[in-house]
Ligand binder design. Structure first.
Ligand code: NI
Length: 255
């Protein structure tokens, strides 16, 4: 059984002590494709550098809504230059986060829209981070800047209205550790709602470890717990989840 972890951050400093050994081990244990995701200029550069060492890893570049404080047009131009690297398969993670940052909503929207524009110019999909900002995120995608190559709602909030609208927009829904959490009461309803052919799985490593390893440093091997939970909810085997999500993820990233 092989898995595609559609979203991880091996550019994070939490992997500095054992990154290379760990990545080799992860591959041996069946995670044979990984998307290494940037969230600001430095981490985007690092995402490409690390992915360049492995055939089974690609990268995305972008500035997250939690990293826009000093961001100007020249930084966005640098993201665009980085995105021309052959290892880069998406722009992200980008989006809106009113949970961590309520004070700069207009700037968040502006930077999000500009990065969708970059994705459109380079013919790339987007990886969306949205938290406590469902209405504004959908408003941008529907009315302000259409993402031509579509993309992914990463670590998708377990919000049934968002899921319905995201599917209408023809986006993929990526589930992470939270669907396994005992207190995530919407997981069942939300996972049932997403057709298997629009579903992806991810770890968001080093964050958001699923049950039963919640609270530890996350890595791509734990994607199996999320896959197992989805299999249980959908009444299919984990092999089927692994296989179809692998196909889906390759398709959206054009790998
Ligand atoms: Ni992330």
């Amino acid at each position: 059984m092989e898995f595609f972890d559609s979203h991880a951050h091996y550019n994070d400093e939490k992997f500095d002590s054992d990154r290379e050994i760990l990545i080799e081990q992860i591959y041996k244990e069946g995670i044979t494709n990984i998307m290494n995701v940037g969230y600001n200029l430095i981490s985007s550069k690092r995402a490409i550098e690390i992915a360049s060492k492995y055939d089974f890893m690609n990268a995305s570049v972008g500035i997250s809504p939690n990293d826009i404080d000093d961001i100007g047009i020249e930084d966005l131009n640098r993201i665009k230059e980085l995105a021309k690297n052959e290892k880069v398969k998406a722009i992200g993670e980008i989006g809106l986060d009113y949970y961590w940052n309520k004070e700069n909503k207009e700037k968040q929207k502006e930077i999000f829209i500009k990065q969708i524009e970059i994705a459109n110019e380079l013919d790339l999909p987007i990886i969306i981070h949205t938290r406590e900002a469902v209405m504004d995120t959908l408003d941008i995608l529907k009315n302000k800047m259409c993402a031509n190559k579509k993309g992914i709602f990463h670590c998708c909030p377990l919000n049934i209205e968002l899921i319905k609208e995201a599917l209408k927009l023809d986006f993929y829904i990526s589930f992470a550790g939270p669907v396994t959490f005992k207190n995530s009461k919407n997981a069942q309803e939300v996972v049932e709602k997403v057709p298997l052919e629009k579903l992806l799985i991810e770890t968001d490593a080093p964050y958001l470890s699923p049950e039963p390893v919640r609270g530890t440093r996350n890595d791509s091997r734990n994607v199996k717990y999320t896959a197992q939970k989805i299999a249980e909810i959908k009444g299919i085997t984990i092999e089927e989840v692994a296989k179809q999500t692998y196909i889906n993820t390759k398709k959206i990233f054009n790998i």
